[in-house]
Design a protein around this ligand. Sequence first.
Ligand code: FAD
Ligand code: DHB
Length: 386
Amino acid sequence: MKTQVAIIGAGPSGLMLNRYLAKHGIESVVIEDRSREYVESRIRAGLLEAQTVDLLEEIGVGDRLHKEGLEHHGIYLQLGAEKVHLDFADLIGYSVWVYGQTEVQKDLDAACDKAGQQIHYEVTDVALHGVDSESPSVTFTDKDGNPQRIDCAVIAGCDGFWGPSRKAMPGADVGSFERVYPYSWLGVMAKVAPSTDELIYARHEDGFAMHSMRSEQVSRLYLQVDPDDDIANWSDDRIWDALAKRMATSGWELKIGEITEKGILPMRSFVSGKLQHGRLFLVGDAGHIVPPTGAKGLNSAANDVRFLGQGLVEFFKKNDASLLNRFEERAKETVWRVTHFSWWMTSMLHTSKNEFDNQLQISQLKHVMRNRALQVNLAENYVGIR
Ligand code: FAD
Ligand code: DHB
C-alpha cells in the first residue's frame, strides 16, 4: 500500500487525525490491532472540553454529540459533607460536554464508513521502518494472515501507551517522566439516573469518590482504592455503600441501580522525552498519560491531533515543514499544563497515607472551595481554554 500518512491505532487519536486529514484532502491508511467491536465498546473518557467539541464539529462528527450529549456548566467540589458548586459559566463563561468516548468512537467509525475509509482491524506484527528517512514504512500481518507493507511519507503513532510507536522512536526514553500514583480508581457504569445535575468530585476521609454520568439513564461512578486491591473484593453492595458514604451530604440521596461494568484502573502521569523524530510523530496516549481526575486524556489527544493536522496540511499542501517541525514544541506546552493540572486535582482530592500531605491537601481544597480566584484557575484548566 502507498499513502501519505500511515496511522497506527484506530482509537480516538488515530481516527480524529484520519478525519482531519481527509477533510484537507490528505490520504491516510489506519491499522489497529483490536477488533472494531472491542475498540467501540472500550469504556473510558466521558468529558469533552469546548475545544474538543470544536474539533469534532470541524471534522464532521459533532451532530449526535449536540443532540445526545449533556452540556455542563460546572462541577461540585466536596470535602466531607461540605459541597460547593463551581459555576464555570459565571467564572469564565465556558462549558464542557458529557459524551462518552464510546460514542465519539462510534461517530468516528461511522464517518469513516460514510467516506469509504477502510480501517485494517485485528492486525499483528506491526513494525515501523526508516523513521529517519523521507520514505518510512510500516509492516504488519493482516487479519487473514497476509504480510502487508504501507509505504508513506509520515507515520503517526496513535497507538496508546503500550503501542509500538514510542518504542520505535530513537531516544524517546531520554528525558521521559513518569509518576505512578499510590492509589487506583474503581470505576463502575450503572443503569440508573444520575443522582446529581453536575459531576461531583468528593474528598472523604475514606478516600476520593466521583459521580459522573453518560446520559439521563446511565451513571458513571468512581472510588479511590489501593493499587493492589482486587475487584473481586468489591461486591455491588459494597461499592454502593462506599459511594453513598463518601458523597453523603445532608438531604442528598444516591440512587442505586444495576452495575453493568466494573474495573480497577491504575493511575500514572507520563510524558515522553520526544514526541517527534524524523518522520514519526506520537499523538495522544502514545506520547503522554495523565491520571483521569482532571478529565484531560482524550482532550489532550484532540489537542495533539489539531497541532499535527495543521503541520501536515502545511507540509503536504504547501511543501512547508516549518509548522510540522514545531509539533512537539506546540503539543508539549499543553501536555505539561494538563500534566500539572491533573497531578494537582489528583493530589488534592485523594487521601494519602502521609498525614502531613493530607493536611496540606485539605487546606488546599478548602482554599479552592472558598476563593474565587482559585476557582477561576480551576475552571480555566478544566474547561481547557488556551
Ligand atoms: P487509545 O485510546 O489507547 O487508542 C490507541 C489505539 O491503538 C487502541 O485502539 C489500541 O488498540 C491501538 N493499538 C495499540 N497497539 C497497537 C498495535 N501494535 N498496532 C495497531 N494498533 C495498536 N480522558 C478525558 O479526556 N476525559 C475523561 O473523562 C477521561 N476519563 C477516563 C477514564 C478512564 C477510566 C480511562 C481509562 C481513561 C480516561 N481518559 C479520559 C483518557 C482517555 O480515555 C485516553 O486519553 C484516550 O483514549 C486516548 O486516546 P488515544 O487514541 O491516544 O489512545
Ligand atoms: C469522567 C472521568 C473523569 O476522569 C472525569 O474527571 C470526569 C468524567 C467520566 O468518565 O465520565
